[in-house]
Design a protein around this ligand. Sequence first.
Ligand code: NAD
Length: 496
Amino acid sequence: MSASSGSNGARQQVFVLVGGTGDLAMRMLWPSLAMLDQEGFLSDNLRIISVAREDCGTEVCVDRIGNAVTSRFGEWTTPEALSRFRKRIVHVALDAAHDDWGSKLKAELGDPDTLDIVFFLSVSPSLFKPICEHIEKAGLNKAPNRVIIEKPIGRDLATSKVINDSVAHAFAEDRTFRIDHYLGKETVQNLIALRFGNMVFEPLWNSQSIDHIQITIAETVGVADRLGYYDEYGAIRDMLQNHLLQLLCLLAMEPPSALTSDALRDEKVKVLRSLKAITAENVLTNTARGQYGPGFADGHPVAGYEAEKGSPSNTETFVAIKAEIANWRWAGTPIYMRTGKCLPSRTTEIVIQFKPLPHSIFGPEAQANRLLIRLQPEEDISLTLMNKAPGLTSEGVHLQPLDLSLSLIKAFDDSKDGKPPRRRIAYERLILDALNGNNAQFVRRDEVEAAWTWVDGIIKAWHDKDMKPQKYPAGTFGPVSAFSLIERDNGRMWND
Ligand code: NAD
């Protein structure tokens, strides 16, 4: 729990959603808030203010929000709960970049000294500076008020500092909540429980027992209507700098001394700072850049990235990296990370590949153990163990791999009245934490900067070596060079 925030006793809680009519708000944020309300997590006096440029009026805005909630969670909402939720919301049409927006918002909110405000800036980062300046000018930035911001936080270290500085002027670090929505996912949070709530893994969680780690975030879709944004960023900035590296931190960090936000984040930032630099000398053997060409993905023919853009592009839609963490626990353990668009399946998974037995009394049948942590399409954790194959054979004992499965969905099945279990949106957990002032699952500024420092080095090395993205047919797992990263070490990605 951060020292300065949290639900503040007598103060009235207000959630101000700037960009309340946008895509992210409608698909993720409003449904998350509605479900938190339905499940009794929102305080009775919480007011929600939607701010956007559109002057659609509260009634129309609330109707759109109601539709967004029912299209996502229709099966699980009740008319009573939805009606109570709708009554909390007021829509205010304001240009948040305009000089007088802070004073107008203040007039809507009332006396700031009686309020506990959480701002969620679901708008382009180019607006963070003017928005925070006006919040500050109107005196709405004082503790306990806090701000939630979304990626992208810059496109390199320098631009991330500009964004962070502009937010820091108005909000202290412990009241700045940087979202990486992967950190709100149930299975990602379970990584901490699995590693630090059990004795069995810790003695094996190091380079002596683990051969390598694989992390894949694969999307079947292309860039679609995000092309304008994506062409400026590419896969390394859009996915690897944040989501993939956050997963890596949780997997590789040392046990924190406590489950407090700073203890956790201190350990994560050490991992980022221990990543071995990738430079022009080793970039060709440690990274692969790809861009999807014509093919077939997500059930549709794909024309290819450049055809969709209508001009040549040097942006990668796929990146694979062989990383190494230079510390006592992990030195010598390769970590293969990859992410991309127009790949054959929509999966997010982590593979912890253990080393083979030092001496097998069963011959080559004995396969090395593997821990598979799957976040998409289903949340599941399974440990492959070797067992005796059942039955008699004249040659004696035969081995057979068996998966010990910890399916979170099956173990904690919350299906009711024959309805399937509801799959939470990651933002539910994160919004609830922000309302409660708990910033443990948010990214601290030094983490963002350490991640950019490492990623900037890779981008510079690509530039120095003139390493252009190689084409891969849409619907395949990236260019040939991506497979070589692990094949050179006599391995393969486990599901290829
Ligand atoms: P969007 O363009 O769909 O919506 C933007 C919203 O901001 C609209 O409500 C618009 O009215 C409002 N807005 C824009 N300028 C404004 C201003 N000057 N004053 C007040 N309101 C203003 O964008 P989006 O897709 O919802 O994305 C919002 C932010 O979240 C962006 O920074 C984006 O990069 C980030 N993000 C989006 C997604 C996603 O899935 N859409 C995912 C991750 C991050």
